[in-house]
Design a binder for this molecule. Structure first.
Ligand code: PDD
Length: 286
């Protein structure tokens, strides 16, 4: 059975799924997106993803294409139609199709909605092998807190990481502080033993759903953590480092710019958080 995509009200074969050339997502990156994990046919952290989607849409004054409740139904229907057991669902909502003009369309054109799925194993332990990262200047626009499809700087940085044999690029602001990865949030356990991840005020990062989940787990486990910017130097002197995202959960970072983090092995706190996030995932689908 081939993959099925959802495009503006229609279910179509994935290979034939297409949008209009004047779709504002295509023309201007005037669109937002979400990526949710599907585990054992269930949508993981659906409410948190839809809360963030609501925020992204609100910040850009893009209308919901269908109600939040209906979107949940459509996502489930697409998962069922694809007989998806484990994988991801990608959804993209744009300002719609209109004659090319930077200003918003004057008439109501209706938001666009595209959804696709991809089968892949969802395993918070096996899927999170240790990785290496490079650091690059953060050249993104001033609102990376909004999950827009304008991802060119992320693509350039990820390509550089890939050419350097690394999984991810940690982006660095003008003050020499790490913001986040190209598709993940950045964490360290500092030389002084503090669990650190960047704070969301200042809109310098995307507030990752996995980030929120790890903060919750840290709170429940009585681990002390601080949400604040940390420098590249602090990261390189750290005891442990890891990254978080919907598809990589808690993924250990064992080298930064070719320098091993501590002894280059996965640290104890990272391992503990990996176990906790894995248990949380399984509990959601039990
Ligand atoms: N990436 N930061 C950025 C820039 C991201 O693109 C993502 C998500 C995250 C982590 O967010 P979450 O934990 O909600 O996945 C942080 C998704 C997975 C993507 O673009 O595919």
């Amino acid at each position: 059975m081939g993959r099925i995509a959802y495009v503006n009200g229609l279910y179509v074969p994935h290979s034939e799924a297409a949008v209009h050339v004047e779709d504002r997502g295509y023309q201007f990156a005037d669109a937002v997106y979400e990526v949710l994990a599907i585990h054992r046919t269930k949508l993981i952290d659906e409410e948190w993803h839809l809360d963030r989607l609501n925020r992204s849409l609100g910040e850009l004054q893009i209308a919901w294409p269908v109600s939040r409740r209906v979107l949940g139904i459509l996502m489930r229907r697409l998962v069922r139609r694809n007989r998806l057991y484990d994988g991801i669902i990608y959804l993209q909502i744009g300002r719609g199709v209109a004659p090319r003009d930077h200003a918003f369309p004057k008439e109501e054109v209706g938001s666009s909605l595209v959804m696709t799925v991809k089968a892949k194993p969802i395993d918070a332990l096996k899927g999170s092998a240790p990785c290496k990262v490079i650091t690059v200047p953060d050249i993104r626009w001033g609102r990376p807190d909004i999950k827009t499809v304008g991802l060119l700087p992320n693509c350039l940085a990820k390509q550089k990481a890939s050419e350097s044999g690394c999984y991810e690029a940690w982006q660095v602001d003008r003050d020499g502080k790490v913001t986040e990865g190209t598709g993940s949030n950045s964490w360290i356990v500092s030389a002084g033993g503090e669990l650190l991840t960047r704070n969301i005020d200042g809109n310098a990062i995307l507030n990752g759903v996995t980030r929120l989940a790890v903060l919750d787990l840290a709170r429940e486990a009585d681990l002390t953590f601080v949400e604040r910017p940390f420098s590249v130097e602090e990261a390189k002197a750290a005891r442990e480092a890891f990254l978080t995202s919907t598809s990589s959960f808690v993924k250990p970072v064992v080298a930064i710019d070719d320098q091993p983090v501590a002894d280059g092995k996965v640290g104890p706190l990272t391992r503990k958080l990996q176990e906790l996030i894995s248990a949380r995932l399984e509990a959601q689908v039990a």
